[in-house]
Design a protein around this ligand. Sequence first.
Ligand code: MN
Length: 465
Amino acid sequence: MKKLYFLTGTQPLYGPETLQEVADQSLEMVQYLNSKTCDEVEIVHVKPVADPDSIYKAIRQAEDDEDCIGTITWMHTFSPAKMWIKGLKILRKPMLHLHTQFHESLPFDTIDMDYMNLNQSAHGDREFGFICTRLGVKRETVVGYYKSERVINKINKFMDVARGVAFSNNLSVAMFGNNMREVAVTGGDRLESQIQFGWRVNYYAIGDLTTIMEELTEEEIKNKISEYQEKYIVPEDTMPQVYEDARFEAAMDKFLEQEDVGAFTDTFQDLYGLKQLPGLAAQNLMDKGVGFGPEGDFKSAALGAVLYEIARLRDGGTGFMEDYTYDLNEGKEFVMGSHMLEVPPAFASDKPVVEVHPLGIGGKADPARLKFKPVEGDALQICLIDLGDRFRLIAAEVELINPHKETPKLPVASLYWKIKPDFETGVKAWLEAGAGHHSVLTTALDLDDIRSFAKFTNTELIEIY
Ligand code: MN
């Protein structure tokens, strides 16, 4: 179980009775929040901290606890903020500053100085906010009564991002082959990506995988085919090619577990020992949260896995996408997104069907892939690039549309979208920001989630909306 440490700030001046009330009320608050927030994360109530030493120790413990993904801080009373400096200087995990109050309404008839002493987050949280800003502490600030649905929703969103940041820090990415020759945007500083995002990006030979493929039993391959048949429509005449994807994916399942890998890249320029580029297999792996980047694009692979994890408990889909071609009718322009095979079935509005067609690239056998009709609605397109001296995220709000046209000669699934605020402005901004043709598309996350992820990973973010 993941944990968030709940730190209630106070000071010794108020005497033991008031401090006991601070402890009781913050515990009640934590219990309420636990009953309303994500089941995968437990908010752990820490005894209220009233001096520099207890603050430092509580933050030290949060940092040392492997299961702890961050902290929630709240100043029930005033808590002089110089006491927080030593502790905040070692804080690295994401923090949510919960600016709330134990009571919703002001008790006009009974309010006295005791009440004022106890309920002064309006006062104490300003002192705390100041020292965080002075120290450059990255945090999400959530403002309002703690029982309000809006506040609970924001705490849940923070929990998702905090889980995602913890996931990112432990993510291992396998590159089968290297980047597609001569391509610029899929490259980048792998070492720096580990320093900034925690991604261990390592090279593997495709032979590391084909060796596992050769050792598979027929039963293991059959089980994978059954998995496909449960999720997708698999016509009988596609079976020989589906068999090859099943071999690839059954071997990948073993490889991912063995090497503790959560995302991978492949490239059509390195398919030694494979009969074809994996299409169906890559699509099905993405559907289960394994990050995927084609043409050696490790940044899209890793970002896909991380954003999937942030979105995992929500409705909607998240996966790899590529800007491919346009409809440029003035004023009604839209993008058609697709890839040579690997379009995530998370964006299907009907049951995907396996089809087999030739692939004009890679010089291998005809591969299987899933085709389907696309979903419609709000989505976000996110791209990560390496500018040489820093990474940059670009996030664009888009609207997925369905032009309700058949594409009988197109052998792959495709999506259609309008970028905001309008085609000219949005695409111009995308190009001038340097965002590439590979991205992660999600119908489960919004700009606030990406802002939060960018903040906690110290990443520059360009927003297009
Ligand atoms: Mn591509």
